[in-house]
Ligand binder design. Structure first.
Ligand code: UN1
Length: 499
């Protein structure tokens, strides 16, 4: 399939107007499956563009904050309808720029729609609470208020769903936004903003600035008019944003990496566990923060598990994500390819046993993309770098454990704490695991992947800072809770009792 978009140029969106960057510079985005194919030219924005976008968001802030929340929600419902109409086009855009299999991309569109639907309904809730006052004739209640101008900084691996799950709650809560997508995946971002524009979002409420993190992202973090930052990406950058944003007294939410483990106990149903691990490790080419990068297998089932794991991994088909028959697509960029190959080299040097895969795929159409075989290391030790660092590619490390307690020790022995899973039929062991797993999300008899939009999403330790995304917590992040006391007594009141 060839889709020649070389001549198409995409713009920033500031104050309700599609416009060029003040730099006058463009940068190309290529298809990771066919790296000679340029899918579009995008604005290489400068700090001045971010500054203009912040000013536009600031101008729109009070009008949007005073728009009744149900009306804000109504615009999201319209966006949902438009997204449904454009769903196929959006999935193709995701696969074109990010590379993931088209079925995964369609799933991502669905996930974006789910969060918009959920956030739209929240326009009729955004509950505060009332509580009895300790004083007579006094009403005490809380109300939610928007933060103001919020920066949305998103990664390339879910170029539609992650922005949607930040933007939709932020909008319904009444914030105005400057959205900076990953420089590698701005096409989905442009389409998402077009959808909100068509849905009737007032000018300045959502502003898009594409380009490098160094110029645009830093401006957003530093600018005093920006009251909140919601970021998803690497632990390194998220830690720096948390530190600097906190110093500047901003609200900061960072969703970062993972090193997620699936534990397979002796009584596990392998018909569930093996496909769960294969999908968790190699689905989306391992490029998701909830990917399964470790499998910890109890001794008694180890050989049987490995045999089945190898057979199912061998059966995976690899190729262009646009070809619906492929299970595993290319990595998203040359940088990703280099990093993954480097980690495979490190694992071998560290003494882990390369049991499956480990090579870049070459020849024919593979030469045009960033393909690496699904890779399995065994005999991995917990102090190895491949056991501790996020690789963000199709690389699975397998460990052996003598019992649940040892498996939990291995699982928890990393800095990250995003997601984990246990495969067992035993309720006692499942609950023991749930109570001791150091991760923000725990799955039983299901892969480490994903989550539902009305449940909180996020992790412990190096996996995240600030309030959780999604679920009711997601709306807490995008609002300030204000406590209100109303004295409606007829005359003067004794204040001394009011502490
Ligand atoms: C998912 O795994 O379903 O960056 C979503 C990431 C996560 C989102 C993952 N923040 O991969």
């Amino acid at each position: 399939m060839t889709e020649n978009r070389t001549s198409r140029t995409y713009q920033n969106y500031i104050g309700g107007v599609w416009c060029d960057s003040v730099s006058g510079q463009l940068y190309p985005v290529v298809n990771p499956a066919h790296n000679t194919q340029v899918i579009g030219q995008f604005q290489a924005s400068l700090p001045q563009d971010a500054d203009n976008a912040i000013a536009a968001a600031g101008d729109a802030a009070s009008g949007w904050a005073s728009t009744p929340a149900p009306q804000r929600g109504a615009i999201l419902y319209r966006a949902l309808d438009i997204m449904a109409r454009r769903a196929e086009e959006l999935a193709r855009a995701i696969t074109l720029e990010e590379g993931k299999p088209i079925a995964d991309a369609a799933g991502e569109v669905k996930r974006a729609m789910n969060i918009i639907e959920y956030a739209a309904g929240e326009g009729r809730r955004l509950f505060g609470y009332t509580t009895p006052s300790e004083l007579p004739d006094t009403v005490a209640y809380t109300v939610k208020r928007p933060i103001g101008v919020v920066a949305i900084i998103t990664p390339w691996n879910f170029p539609l769903a992650i922005p949607a799950w930040k933007i939709a709650p932020a909008l319904v809560c009444g914030n105005t936004l400057v959205y900076k997508p990953a420089s590698a995946t701005p096409l989905s971002a442009v389409k998402l903003v077009e959808i909100f524009e068509e849905a009737g979002l007032p000018a300045g409420v959502l502003n898009l600035v594409t380009g490098p993190g160094a110029s645009v992202g830093n401006t957003l973090v530093e600018d005093e008019r920006v009251g909140g930052i919601s970021f998803t990406g690497s632990t390194e950058i998220g830690t720096a944003i948390t530190a600097r944003g906190s110093e500047l007294l901003k609200k900061v939410q960072c969703e970062m990496g993972g090193k997620n483990a699936a534990i397979i106990l002796n009584d596990a149903d392998l018909d569930k566990a093996v496909p769960g691990v294969v999908q968790g490790a190699f689905g989306s080419t391992g490029q998701r923060c909830t990917a399964t990068s470790r499998a910890i297998v109890e001794d008694g089932i180890y050989n049987e598990f490995m045999e089945s794991l190898m057979a199912q991994t061998k059966a995976l088909t690899i190729g262009d994500g646009m070809d619906a028959s492929k299970d595993v697509a290319p990595l998203a960029s040359r940088d990703q390819l280099d990093t993954v190959l480097e980690y495979i080299g490190i694992g071998t040097e560290e003494g882990a046993r390369l049991t499956f895969g480990g090579h870049q795929l070459r020849g024919g159409e593979f030469d045009e993309g960033y393909y690496v075989e699904p890779t399995i290391f065994t005999e991995v030790k917990t102090d190895m770098r491949i056991a501790r660092e996020e690789i963000f590619g199709p690389v699975l490390c397998v460990f052996r454990a003598s019992d649940l307690q040892e498996a939990v020790r291995i699982s928890n022995d990393v800095d990250f704490g995003l997601s984990s899973s246990v495969y067992t039929r035993d309720l006692v062991q499942a609950h023991e695991y749930i109570n001791t797993a150091k991760t923000g999300m725990v799955h039983v008899n299901a892969p480490t992947l994903g989550g539902e939009v009305h449940m909180p999403f996020g992790g412990l330790g190096a996996s995240g800072t600030g309030q959780r995304e999604q679920g009711t917590e997601g709306f807490d992040f995008f609002t300030e809770t204000i406590s209100v006391y109303i004295d409606h007594s007829a005359g003067a009141k004794e204040r001394s009792r009011f502490i």
